[in-house]
Ligand binder design. Sequence first.
Ligand SMILES: Cc1cc2nc3c(=O)[nH]c(=O)nc-3n(C[C@H](O)[C@H](O)[C@H](O)COP(=O)(O)O)c2cc1C
Length: 375
Amino acid sequence: MTSLFDEMRIGTLTARNRIVRSATAESLATPAGCLTPELLGLYGQLAWGGVGIIITGYMYVTHDGKPSEGALGLYDDAFLHHYRCLTDLAHENGACIVAQLVYGGSKSKLADDDTRRLAPADDPVEDGVSNTSILGASAIAHPRTGLVPTEASTEDLHALAQAFGQAALRARACGFDGVEVHVAHGYLLSQFLSRRFNVREDEYGQTLEGRARLPLECVRAVRAAVGLEWPVLVKLNACDDWDDPAGTRGGLGEDESAQVAAWLVAAGANCVDVSGDWHAASKDAPAGEPYFAGFGAWLARELDVPIIVTGGWRDPRTIESHLASDGIAGVGMSRPLICEPDLPRRWKSGDVAPSPCTGCGICQKQIGVPCALRE
Ligand SMILES: Cc1cc2nc3c(=O)[nH]c(=O)nc-3n(C[C@H](O)[C@H](O)[C@H](O)COP(=O)(O)O)c2cc1C
């Protein structure tokens, strides 16, 4: 029977337990995307706190793919040795560390004077009229940001896949134990999968196969860059709407997502990290825990790679019971580890009280991931 504190293997990586700090953007990097002492402090606490794998906050793979202020960068060779102090810090404290790779797209949070804007922020928004140079599947306005991206050309998409590969190579050179390609939460790669954002009429749209083409090319480029076995995780939405798992309102349904997961594995991913919706930590998330366990168990039956299920875990007894019954390899947690970076250490010591995190959302609204319960 698998237990929370058993080791977990993903390709060449062996983690000390089954607890994964899921990617959490702390918004503390410099404007160019570099590390700061505050970030090193947070990652040091997490590594000391006993987590098995730390997945970094999203790291942008091209300059124009920056998803928000304070995000970490991996977009050129200037980063080749930049993260060595971070990966050393994790390893010295017994944790593995994986770099999450992203291209933000129209979900990105832009300052009013961001040079990627092609029109003032308060101009009217219209589908088909791009108001930003950020790449998108189609020039469709994002309902939350009002950004209308520029439809990516085939050449843009080939270059983007190569950028993911190059970023993965840099991550490996920096001592990371793997990368996670971000195909979730409404950023560019997950937008490609969605009928709502992808109405392209070329080979990158139309059918599920077409809509999956870009994420698959990115994973193939990453795998080709890093070689066999090195851990390449993908974070994938179970579906795009909490109350519409069939995806009938135009997003991505669970059947489709399961098919995409199988293709991503065939393209070279050796772990799937299950998440969902436009923002898995949103206050709209369904009550109770853990909201993607059913889909994760399904993937674990269907696919021959470790499955991590992220979102909503708070109680170690619940985690133990899902690890024992669902065939999943591990669980991803974000907010509980913001609240208590040493939660795994506490649970291991025998204090198995659940995380007190209430999902209040303070950590998402302010830079530096403050916690209402921690100060
Ligand atoms: C402050 C904050 C930042 C986040 N940043 C990222 C991110 O960079 N990449 C990502 O894939 N998910 C990000 N997430 C989502 C988490 O990884 C996770 O999927 C979600 O919070 C649900 O897990 P939880 O219930 O354990 O918090 C973030 C969540 C929070 C609260």
